[in-house]
Design a protein around this ligand. Structure first.
Ligand SMILES: Cc1cc2nc3c(=O)[nH]c(=O)nc-3n(C[C@H](O)[C@H](O)[C@H](O)COP(=O)(O)OP(=O)(O)OC[C@H]3O[C@@H](n4cnc5c(N)ncnc54)[C@H](O)[C@@H]3O)c2cc1C
Length: 289
């Protein structure tokens, strides 16, 4: 695998913003991931992992280290029978959802429309409409930074809302999921219904990272942001969506700084008006704070 130099990361994020990575490894196998880790260690570089880039804000100054991209670990979805599927971390989550529905396997259909990779979804414990990755995950296999590979069971991950403590600092290589059973038609209908609801409620016409903030206990970030009069508020090319206040859009050639500054403004304003501190769900790379 060739480790590339000075790669624009805006091509790799759903926000379409961000500067260059000093080094970039597009890993197609576990061996590639091990080589990338060796490269980082030999050259005393920091590294960050990216999957589909749909929950990332990368600094306009880029990243002065190695980006290990796992999006190309996408060679297989294996149906092992008895409702168990194994797939590479780079498999697009939406493809896994559709595959499961088409095989009468239930438990993920409400996650239709969540962009990004399966590895990223495991790391984020992504979820929507009362289904989360942790509900179907059987086990996950990852690489440690010394190149060793380990498989851990769902219960060992410590999953919580958008959290997967045991996966911190690990690189997800593949995962296995255990599904229930349902009629293909029922699952496909549910999937379609969810995609339609998303289209109706979410601003999908402009680049974003989905919900910027986590749900605060007993509340909704979008409701709080709207109540504080921030819908439509903009900084540079970034704007709080008028359709769904928890989305910050790259409305008009925004920079990552515009988006970052708008996130900070929303946090400050919501805190000032309600006393609640919003916590970003979006992961940031290359920012100091
Ligand atoms: C329009 C839109 C709608 C969205 N709706 C939802 C939603 O309904 N629910 C929801 O939960 N999210 C939603 N998201 C956010 C995002 O899609 C999810 O968080 C997704 O699971 C991220 O996957 P990714 O592969 O893009 O990860 P990335 O954005 O690439 O990375 C996210 C985090 O995962 C880590 N990571 C990625 N791959 C790996 C790997 N192989 N091993 C270890 N760590 C890894 C990264 O280091 C980073 O910390 C939405 C985003 C958009 C743009």
């Amino acid at each position: 695998m060739e480790i590339k130099n000075n790669i624009y990361l805006k091509e790799y994020t759903s926000y379409k913003t961000g500067g260059k990575a000093l080094y970039f490894a597009d890993c197609k196998s576990s061996k590639d991931v091990a080589s990338a880790l060796n490269f980082a260690s030999d050259n005393k570089l920091n590294y960050e992992v990216i999957g589909g880039g749909s929950n990332l804000l990368i600094s306009d100054d880029g990243y002065n280290g190695l980006i290990i991209c796992t999006k190309s670990l996408n060679q297989y979805i294996i149906n092992k029978g008895s409702g168990i599927i194994k797939c590479g971390a780079g498999i697009v989550l939406a493809d896994l959802v559709l595959y499961a529905c088409n095989h009468g396997l239930s438990g993920m259909e409400a996650m239709a429309g969540i962009p990004g990779s399966t590895g990223g979804a495991c790391k984020m414990n992504a979820g929507a409409f009362n289904q989360e990755i942790k509900d179907t995950l059987l086990n996950v296999t990852y690489m440690n930074d010394d190149g060793s590979i380990k498989t851990i069971k769902n219960e060992e991950v410590g999953f919580a809302y958008r959290k997967s403590p045991a996966l911190n600092g690990k690189i997800v290589l593949y995962a296995e999921f255990a599904y229930g059973k349902d009629k293909v038609e029922t699952l496909l209908n549910k999937r379609r219904e969810i995609l339609d609801r998303r289209k109706e409620k979410q601003p999908l016409h402009k680049p974003s990272c989905g919900s910027v903030f986590k749900r605060p206990e007993g509340n909704y970030a979008g409701t709080l942001i709207e109540k504080c009069g921030l819908k439509g508020y903009s900084i540079g090319g970034a704007m709080v969506s008028t359709k769904h206040a928890n989305f910050i859009l790259n409305e008009n050639n925004a920079t990552s700084s515009d988006i970052y500054n708008l996130i900070q403004h929303v946090i400050n304003e919501v805190h000032k008006q309600t006393g609640i501190t919003l916590e970003p769900e979006v992961r940031m790379i290359g920012f100091n704070s």
